[in-house]
Design a protein around this ligand. Structure first.
Ligand SMILES: Nc1ncnc2c1ncn2[C@@H]1O[C@H](COP(=O)(O)OP(=O)(O)OP(=O)(O)O)[C@@H](O)[C@H]1O
Ligand SMILES: [Zn+2]
Length: 675
C-alpha cells in the first residue's frame, strides 16, 4: 500500500482545487480525469481529479483522505480537461465551476447506483439512444451543395468553414452528406452537431436517424430527464454514440473520438449562455476544433459579424450556397407595408389581411411573426394615466388575458387583473399595444373559419407541446400560424407561402449596437420560412410582408433585396470606424445591490484599482433595466484592441476585485452580447 496526493477540482467559488490523500496499491493510482468522492466542509461532494502526485503543501494533520474513486467510469481525456481549463481561464472562472456542472447530475451524487445502472444498460447495447429505423434515400446534391459537402467531408486538420447558404439552400443535407463521408472514413469517428434551440432537435434528429439507421445517436439538451441525460452523456463519453446532437450545453460533452463539429445557425444569440459561466458555445467549439486539429462548420444564411469578418480575412474558409435547394423554390418576394399610409386595424394592415385571405382561399399556410408574447405589454388607466408597472422591476406587467393575469416577464411576479384603477378607481382599464395573444384574438374574429395556432413560450409550457404544435403545422392542420422567435428559425415549413412581420420597428432605435445585426438576421430568418417547397404549376412566388412606419430605413431596403453581404459589409465598416467588436474585445463587469449607489460605488472602485496600457476601463453606468426583483444593477465596460492584453488584465483585475471582499454581488462576462 502506498499514498498518493489527488488534486481535486470542486464546484466551489474562488480556489476550486484541493488536495486529498488516497491510499492504494502501488501502480494502481487513480488517473487525472477520474471522479472522486471527498468530504468538503460538512458535506460530501464529487470532484474531478485534475492531477495525481506525491507532494502537497497541506500540513499532514489537515490533509483528508478521499472517500472513494469512481473507478467504473473511464477518465475524462486530457483533451477534455484542457477544454475545461481553457474555458475556466478564458471566462475567468474557477475550474471546478466549469468542469463539474458540465457533467450529468447523476455523476455528481453520493451513490453510484444511477451510474452503474446506466453502464449496464449501455453494455447490453439496449440504450434508448440506438437508432433502428430503416434508411431513406439520399437526395442528389446540387453542384454547390456537393462542393460544400466534399470540402467539409474531405477537410484535414483544423479547418474552420463558414457555410454561407441562403435560407432553404439545403445546408442540413450538406451536413448529413459530409457526416457520412467522415463516418465512412473512420470507424470510430464522432460528430458533434449543435442547434440553437431545443425545438429544432426533433426535426434534425429525425433526419439523422433516417439517414444513419443503426448508428447510435445521443442528444443532449436541457429537457432530458436526469436518467436520459446520464445515458446519452455516457454513450458519448464511451465513444458508442457516433453523432451527438445538442444545444449549447453539449459543447462540454466528453467526446473521445471527435472528428467534426457542425454549428447550425451559428449567428444565433442562444449559443451564448446568459447566466453563470457566460460562455459562447460557438467560440468554444472553434477552440475545441483547433485543439483537436479537426474541421468545424459554421452554417448560416446570416452569419455573425465575427464569423463574416473571419471569412473576409481568410481565417475561415467560405463556402456558398446561393440558391434554394428544392427545384423551382425561390426566395420570397419581400414587400414593405407602410403603416402611415395603410393604417392597421387590430394590428393588421388591409394589405396583409387581403394576403392572408388569399392564402386561405388557395389552401396555403401563413405565418405571422411578432416577437412579443402575452396579450398586451401593459394596461393603463385613461383617466389618471396609471400604468401596470412591476413593483420589483423597471418593467411593465404584461397582460395575459387567457390566464386572467398580469405578469412580469423578468421576475415572474403574477397578479390578478385589477377590476379598477389602483390610483383613481376608474373601472375602464385599457390594454396598450399588442402581443401574440391579442393578434390571435383579432385573427379569430377576422377569420372565424380559419385554423389558427399560436406558438410562443406561453402556449408551449407543457413538455412535448411545442413538438406537437410544430407537427400539426407540418401536417397542414394549421392555416395561420402566429408566433414569436420560436417559429422564426430553422423550421422547414413546406406549405407556407406568406410571412407577415408585425411591429419590428422598435429594434431600429435600440441603444444596443448589436440590435440592427440581430434584427436583420431575425427578419431574414423568418422571411426564409416562406416558399421552401416547389411552386405549383403557374404558382406565384411566396411573399413576405413587413409592416413598418419606417419604410425608407436602409435595414429594410437590405431585407427587401435579401442582401446580407452588403448589409454586413456596411455594419463592419461602421464597427471598424467606431472601434466596436469584432475590432475590439470587451468584458463587462456587472454589480447588483439593494441600492443603485452601492453597485455604482463598487464599480467605481473597480475602475480605479488597476490601469494598464492598451486597456480602456469605462465609467460605471446603471443597466438599461436597472431594477430586477428588487435588486439594482449597474455595469462597467472594459475594452482592448488586443485579446491577450485584455485576458492578462482581467486575470490581475479579478484577483484585486476578490481581495476587495465587497458585499456587492458582482460577476464578469467576457465577450458580452448585450451591453
Ligand atoms: N439536393 C436537394 N434536392 C432536393 N431537395 C433538397 C436538396 N437539398 C435539400 N433539399 C430540401 O430543401 C429544403 C431546405 O433544406 P434545409 O432545411 O436544409 O435548408 P437550410 O439551408 O438549413 O435553411 P435554413 O437556413 O432556412 O434553415 C428541405 O426540405 C430539404 O429536404
Ligand atoms: Zn418584475
Amino acid at each position: 500500500m502506498t499514498y498518493c496526493i489527488l488534486t481535486i477540482a470542486l464546484d466551489t467559488p474562488l480556489n476550486s482545487c484541493f488536495d486529498y490523500r488516497w491510499q492504494c496499491a502501488a501502480g494502481a493510482e487513480p488517473l487525472a480525469g477520474q471522479l472522486a468522492l471527498v468530504s468538503f466542509g460538512r458535506r460530501e461532494v464529487v470532484g474531478l481529479i485534475v492531477a495525481v502526485g506525491t507532494q502537497t503543501d497541506v500540513p499532514a494533520e489537515k490533509l483528508k483522505d478521499a472517500l472513494a474513486v469512481r473507478g467504473q467510469l473511464s477518465p475524462l481525456s486530457p483533451a477534455w480537461l484542457a477544454l475545461a481549463t481553457f474555458a475556466a481561464e478564458y471566462y475567468q472562472r474557477p475550474l471546478g465551476e466549469v468542469a463539474l456542472p458540465g457533467l450529468p447530475k447523476n455523476l455528481r451524487v453520493l451513490t453510484t447506483v444511477a451510474l452503474d445502472r446506466a453502464l449496464k444498460k449501455l453494455a447490453k447495447g439496449t440504450a434508448a439512444a440506438a437508432g433502428d429505423d430503416t434508411a431513406v434515400g439520399t437526395p442528389v446534391l446540387n453542384e454547390a451543395q456537393q462542393l460544400a459537402a466534399d470540402a467539409i467531408g474531405g477537410a484535414d486538420g483544423f479547418t474552420p468553414i463558414l457555410l454561407f447558404g441562403v435560407t432553404g439552400s439545403g445546408k442540413t443535407e450538406v451536413y448529413l452528406q459530409a457526416c457520412a463521408q467522415v463516418l465512412a472514413r473512420d470507424a470510430r469517428a464522432q460528430i458533434l452537431i449543435l442547434v440553437p434551440e431545443i425545438n429544432l432537435t426533433p426535426q434534425l434528429e429525425g433526419n439523422i436517424r433516417a439517414r444513419f439507421p443503426g448508428l447510435m445517436l445521443a442528444t443532449l439538451h436541457s429537457s432530458l430527464s436526469e436518467g436520459e441525460r446520464m445515458l446519452h452523456w455516457l454513450a458519448a463519453h464511451q465513444g458508442q454514440a457516433r453523432i451527438i446532437l445538442g444545444t449549447r450545453l453539449s459543447i462540454l460533452a466528453s467526446l473521445p473520438h471527435l472528428r467534426l463539429i457542425v454549428i447550425d445557425e451559428e449567428h444565433d444569440p442562444s449559443y451564448k449562455q446568459q447566466e453563470g459561466l457566460r460562455y459562447s458555445a460557438r467560440d468554444l467549439a472553434v477552440w475545441r476544433a483547433r485543439q483537436l486539429a479537426i474541421p468545424i462548420v459554421l452554417g448560416s444564411a446570416t452569419p455573425s459579424l465575427e464569423s463574416w469578418h473571419h471569412a473576409g480575412s481568410g481565417r475561415y474558409r467560405k463556402l456558398e450556397l446561393r440558391e434554394r435547394a428544392v427545384k423551382d423554390a425561390v426566395l420570397p418576394r419581400v414587400k414593405l407595408l407602410d403603416m402611415e399610409k395603410d393604417r392597421p386595424k387590430d394590428g393588421l394592415t388591409s394589405h396583409l389581411v387581403a394576403a392572408l385571405r388569399q392564402r386561405m382561399e388557395r389552401g396555403e399556410q401563413s405565418l405571422l411573426f411578432l416577437n412579443r408574447r402575452g396579450y398586451a405589454p401593459v394596461i393603463c388607466c385613461e383617466a389618471c394615466g396609471w400604468i401596470s408597472e412591476c413593483t420589483r422591476c423597471t418593467a411593465h406587467m404584461v397582460l395575459h388575458k387567457p390566464e386572467h393575469r398580469l405578469r412580469c416577464h423578468h421576475c415572474s411576479l403574477e397578479l390578478r387583473i385589477p377590476r379598477n384603477c389602483p390610483t383613481c378607481g376608474n373601472v375602464d382599464l385599457q390594454p396598450l399595444g399588442r402581443g401574440t395573444q391579442r393578434v390571435e384574438e383579432g385573427l379569430q374574429q377576422l377569420f372565424p373559419e380559419a385554423r389558427i395556432l399560436r406558438i410562443d413560450a406561453d402556449s408551449t409550457r407543457k413538455k412535448g407541446s411545442a413538438q406537437a404544435a410544430f407537427d400539426s403545422v407540418h401536417r397542414g392542420e394549421v392555416d395561420i400560424l402566429i408566433g414569436t422567435q420560436m417559429v422564426a428559425k430553422g423550421h422547414d415549413f413546406k406549405k407556407l407561402t406568406l410571412v407577415g412581420i408585425l411591429n419590428p420597428d422598435t429594434a431600429l432605435f435600440s441603444h444596443d449596437y448589436r440590435a440592427s445585426e440581430r434584427l436583420f438576421a431575425q427578419l431574414m430568418q423568418v422571411a426564409g420560412r416562406a416558399g421552401r417547397a416547389a411552386r405549383n404549376e403557374g404558382g406565384s412566388v411566396s411573399e413576405v410582408l413587413v409592416q413598418t412606419r419606417y419604410a425608407s430605413h436602409p435595414l429594410y431596403a437590405a431585407v427587401v433585396k435579401h442582401d446580407y453581404e452588403r448589409f454586413a459589409g456596411g455594419l463592419l465598416d461602421e464597427r471598424k470606424g467606431a472601434a466596436l467588436p469584432p475590432f475590439v474585445y470587451q468584458a463587462l463587469l456587472r454589480a447588483e445591490a439593494r441600492e443603485l449607489a452601492g453597485a455604482i460605488e463598487f464599480l467605481a472602485q473597480a475602475r480605479d484599482c488597476l490601469a494598464a496600457d492598451g486597456i480602456t476601463v469605462h465609467d460605471p453606468i446603471p443597466m438599461t433595466m436597472t431594477r430586477v426583483h428588487n435588486v439594482d444593477r449597474a455595469q462597467l465596460l472594459v475594452e482592448s484592441p488586443s485579446r491577450p492584453a485584455l485576458q492578462a488584465f482581467l486575470k490581475e483585475w479579478l484577483a484585486l476585485l476578490r481581495e476587495m471582499k465587497s458585499r456587492v454581488k458582482w460577476s464578469l462576462e467576457v465577450d458580452p452580447l448585450d451591453i
